[in-house]
Write a protein that binds this ligand. Structure first.
Ligand SMILES: NC(=O)c1ccc[n+]([C@@H]2O[C@H](COP(=O)([O-])OP(=O)(O)OC[C@H]3O[C@@H](n4cnc5c(N)ncnc54)[C@H](OP(=O)(O)O)[C@@H]3O)[C@@H](O)[C@H]2O)c1
Length: 277
């Protein structure tokens, strides 16, 4: 079985650098999809209250036959639950859905700077962490000014910042800020939901190395040092996306992929995203 490298977070907790994403997997299909991922070797699952499939993720963990300590699970606080009491209740609900005693990582899903005060939300996350029911806390879709405000007003530096990142959105500024402050960067939509896979620069490297475009892009993320969790419900792709440790990209290939950046998002802009709109 392939050994996925671990990344050590700023509180000493380790997370497998490659995981399995579950966004847009129907709750009815999630149990089998996650079990297939375990079968392929994945030990890190990314879910969220927003995805509606936490219960099925928990069922797959229970049915896997794996020890709970072998599996790293992340979930996320939903956008309507940013007030302190709502955040604590939402965490209880997430734990109930997953059926866990302890979660590995809990993230604030979006900063929503135009909606409310994410500092209050972060203080609630600190309470959750202090309770011992979650091994690490972090944020998602936070821009440097949001991170700065969190760090100026609290004791706990987020362990991770999960942001959209792929060859068309290389996120150099946010990643540099994360790195400078000991925050691990996680890249969501790592293959831009498939959009980058037909880019000639990527298909050329893939053909030369005898790899698929998805493998080349995932390898680029891993060599940048980021954490990734591609989503697929296609069995062959689940295996393909895990088979990314037997080759290496040269510095020239890394640079050619990074040069594809055009600051193009597939998802919302965190500075303006307002879930109430
Ligand atoms: N924090 C956030 O705000 C946020 C936002 C979005 C996503 N996420 C997380 O990040 C994870 C990954 O992002 P994502 O699901 O948006 O996008 P993604 O992983 O970049 O792409 C998934 C899409 O690509 C296809 N695909 C997967 N592997 C492929 C391969 N080897 N060749 C060709 N096509 C392939 C999948 O199709 P099939 O399934 O049909 O194979 C699916 O349509 C999510 O599942 C979620 O856990 C977080």
């Amino acid at each position: 079985m392939t050994d996925v490298p671990d990344i050590t977070l700023n509180n000493g907790v380790t997370i497998p650098q490659l995981g399995f994403g579950t966004f847009q997997i129907d709750p009815d299909a999630t149990r089998d999809a996650v079990l297939a991922a375990f079968e392929a070797g994945y030990r890190h699952i990314d879910t969220a209250e927003m995805y509606g499939n936490e219960r099925a993720v928990g069922e797959a963990v229970a049915a896997s036959g794996l020890d709970r300590s072998e599996i790293f699970v992340t979930s996320k606080l939903n956008n309507g639950a940013h007030a302190r009491d709502d955040a604590l209740a939402a965490f209880d609900q997430t734990m109930d859905e997953l059926g866990f005693e302890q979660l590995d990582l809990f993230l604030v899903h979006w900063p929503l700077p135009g909606v409310g005060d994410f500092v209050e939300t972060w203080h609630a996350m600190e309470e959750i962490y202090a309770s011992g029911r979650c091994r690490a806390i972090g944020v998602s879709n936070f821009q440097p000014p949001h991170l700065r405000r969190v760090m100026e007003t609290s004791e706990t530096v987020p362990a991770v910042n999960q942001i959209e990142a792929h060859p068309y959105l290389t996120q150099d500024t946010v990643r540099a800020y994360d790195r400078e402050h000991g925050i691990a960067t996680e890249a969501w939509s790592p293959i831009a939901q498939g959009k980058v896979l037909s880019d000639p620069a990527i298909t050329e490297i893939a053909a030369r190395l005898g790899r698929t475009p998805a493998q080349v892009v995932l390898r680029w993320h891993l060599q940048r040092g980021d954490i990734v969790f591609p989503k697929s419900t296609t069995p062959a792709r689940v295996t393909e996306n895990f088979d990314v440790f037997g080759f290496e990209l040269t510095p020239a290939d890394m640079a050619a992929i990074s040069a594809l950046n055009r600051d193009e998002r597939t998802g919302p802009d965190p500075d303006t995203f307002d879930h109430t709109g």
